[in-house]
Design a protein around this ligand. Structure first.
Ligand SMILES: NC(=O)C1=CN([C@@H]2O[C@H](COP(=O)(O)OP(=O)(O)OC[C@H]3O[C@@H](n4cnc5c(N)ncnc54)[C@H](O)[C@@H]3O)[C@@H](O)[C@H]2O)C=CC1
Ligand SMILES: Nc1nc(O)c(N)c(N[C@@H]2O[C@H](COP(=O)(O)O)[C@@H](O)[C@H]2O)n1
Length: 248
């Protein structure tokens, strides 16, 4: 494969808009650099959930819960984190892009490094996988895939990922074949990645949370009902949603 182009801004048709006036709201929760008292990468837990706590319509179904404004907010977070981490089921279900789709004033872009937790090497991408196609075009970075020590990775699959600038990294697993989150953060630290946004998981090492709640209920396979024109009212440390229900 020819050398990869330098990361650039994504094509204008893919761009999202995040108003600069909103940045101060999120600034207190953005990553801080590692310090002697907090040497591991900063971990932000972020995901979007429905009112009935669903992340998607069902296993293997890519589901849009976030509206355009909160989606743009997560891309602002992507612009401020060195890495973005997902599990292999999400990779298989969503064929995600995992790049940053906000305009970049300088024309060059710092996309987050995608990290995929795939202990048993179940992801078998072709060059058509979105995350690889974007890396090839210079509109994102190829992923680092964390596999369990001793797991054999198909040579052809490894070539595809590494040919796009990605890597396979072997990590020790504990009982149940899972990585300890501190080990995952240790790997990222070793790769010079100082902050990571995790789309679900990592509870024991979380530094900040930025969660989106979409005013909708889902039932297996379909969006069931939505609150329209609702209002979220902060009351103490809770937030109360008032609205009228629009049924399908
Ligand atoms: N609404 C949202 O913000 C998000 C929605 N999703 C949705 O969630 C669904 C997938 O979620 P899940 O099934 O929970 O799967 P997942 O994407 O978290 O993948 C689970 C798999 O990842 C690996 N994994 C996760 N943690 C690990 C650890 N500590 N050590 C080793 N391996 C680990 C294992 O292979 C595990 O089977 C998809 O439908 C996706 O669209 C996913 C992320 C965000
Ligand atoms: N913030 C948010 N809102 C939703 O409604 C979602 N479904 C997700 N999903 C996560 O974002 C990834 C998709 O990213 P790309 O748009 O393909 O870059 C997906 O894989 C989930 O991790 N997030």
């Amino acid at each position: 494969m020819p050398p990869l182009p330098p990361p650039t801004c994504v094509p204008p048709s893919d761009l999202l808009t995040f108003p600069p006036s909103l940045i101060p709201l999120f600034t207190p929760y953005l990553p801080t650099p590692p310090s002697p008292s907090h040497p591991l990468p900063f971990l932000t837990l972020t995901f979007a959930t429905s009112l009935d706590s669903a992340l998607s319509l069902g296993p293997g179904l890519r589901t849009v819960l976030s509206g355009p404004a909160s989606k743009a907010m997560t891309h602002f977070l992507r612009s401020r984190h060195a890495a973005i981490l997902i599990g292999v089921n999400t990779t298989l279900a969503d064929d995600p892009s995992l790049n940053c789709r906000l305009p970049s004033p300088s024309g060059t872009h710092t996309h987050p490094r995608p990290i995929i937790l795939d202990p048993r090497a179940r992801w078998r991408p072709t060059p058509d996988a979105k995350v690889l196609a974007l890396a090839r075009a210079g509109h994102g970075l190829a992923p680092f895939v964390l596999v369990a020590e001793g797991t054999a990775v198909d040579a052809g699959v490894r070539d595809v990922v590494e040919g796009h600038g990605g890597r396979y990294i072997a990590v020790a697993v504990g009982e149940g074949g899972r990585f300890a989150w501190r080990n995952v953060l240790g790997v990222l630290q070793g790769e010079g990645l100082e902050s990571v946004m995790v789309e679900g998981g990592g509870e024991e090492v979380v530094d900040a949370v930025v969660l989106t709640v979409a005013p909708t209920w889902v039932e297996r396979g379909r969006a069931a009902a939505r609150v329209e024109g609702g209002r979220w009212i902060p009351l103490g440390e809770d937030v109360v949603l008032c609205g009228r229900l629009k049924k399908d």
